[in-house]
Ligand binder design. Structure first.
Ligand code: G
Ligand code: G
Ligand code: MN
Ligand code: NA
Length: 256
């Protein structure tokens, strides 16, 4: 209850902000986009990581207004960056959508409202939905994903490999990308079998015309392996941790 009250107060105070973790093209290392990760700028505790407050926000339903706030912050920021850096139009931002947000009837309308309020072209926004969430009620998910897709945005399955996917639904869903869970990236270096698992995921994704993002790349060996397996994009501490706006914007000057 203490945390819930604190979260409510923080929402009113605007203590949440979007951090940006670069996602790069594995073929040339150039910036492809960012994943937006929420941070709580707490007046006494400093920066609180989402692992501590997202689960509470999810349980209490506060994730719905909080998620909308982060989404708006992200869209507004990227749109501001476009004004100074023309090359930003080639980028996209990925925003996480939790189980409760995905189930919320107002989601499609909320995303539409935020896009029109901020002026961000829909094609620059990507929503990440965890595999276990989309596969939960696959029929209902198909409808929800189709409505989201009709806004002109991109859709990705997050944490792929941690749940159980139905191949027929993977094919039916209007998806653009699949994100290989970081646990698979980590285990690649342990055995050749683990490399084959990642190869199989990437090949399956490509046969469904999905682009693949590998999460949690920390070593050059992991990057080289993923590149050799024809993984499209990479994200992880090897490249950068999630950055505050002021630092993320500096990466854009390299593109210009
Ligand atoms: O940044 P970090 O690795 O600590 O994030 C922990 C978890 O919190 C991840 O699973 C991530 O998807 C989730 N998360 C981070 N930011 C957001 C957000 O803005 N919305 C939602 N729904 N989840 C988020
Ligand atoms: O669940 P989701 O995939 O949205 O969460 C991404 C999480 O992974 C974030 O909390 C982010 O901070 C974290 N992350 C990003 N890059 C790395 C990495 O290279 N190593 C580890 N351990 N975590 C990472
Ligand atoms: Mn994610
Ligand atoms: Na996630």
């Amino acid at each position: 209850v203490a945390v819930e009250a604190d979260l409510k107060r923080a929402l009113d105070n605007g203590e949440f902000e979007a951090f940006f973790q670069p996602i790069v093209n594995l073929s040339d290392g150039r910036l492809y986009g960012f994943e937006v990760l929420a941070r709580w700028n707490h007046p006494e505790r400093g920066l609180v990581s989402p692992g501590e407050f997202i689960p509470v926000a999810e349980e209490t339903g506060l994730i719905v207004p909080l998620g909308a706030r982060i989404l708006e912050d992200a869209c507004e920021t990227l749109n501001l960056w476009r004004e100074e850096h023309p090359s930003v139009d080639e980028l996209n931002i990925a925003v996480n959508i939790s189980a409760k947000q995905f189930a919320e009837a107002s989601l499609v309308h909320d995303v539409e409202t935020i896009l029109s309020r901020t002026g961000l072209p829909p094609g620059m926004l990507k929503l990440e939905i965890t595999e276990t969430v989309v596969m939960g009620d696959a029929v209902e998910s198909t409808n929800r994903l189709n409505s989201l897709k009709s806004l002109g945005i991109k859709l990705a399955i997050d944490d792929f490999g941690t749940g159980y996917s139905s191949m027929s639904y993977l094919q039916k869903f209007p998806l653009d990308q699949l994100k290989v869970d970081l646990s698979f990236v980590r285990r690649m270096e342990e055995s050749p079998e683990n490399i084959e698992i990642v190869r199989a995921i990437i090949n399956m994704a490509h046969s469904l015309r999905l682009r693949v993002v590998a999460e949690g790349i920390e070593t050059e060996r992991q990057r080289d392996l993923l590149y050799s397996l024809q993984c499209d994009y990479g994200q992880g501490y090897l490249y950068s941790k999630p950055l505050p706006k002021a630092e993320a914007v500096e990466l854009l000057t390299i593109l210009d």
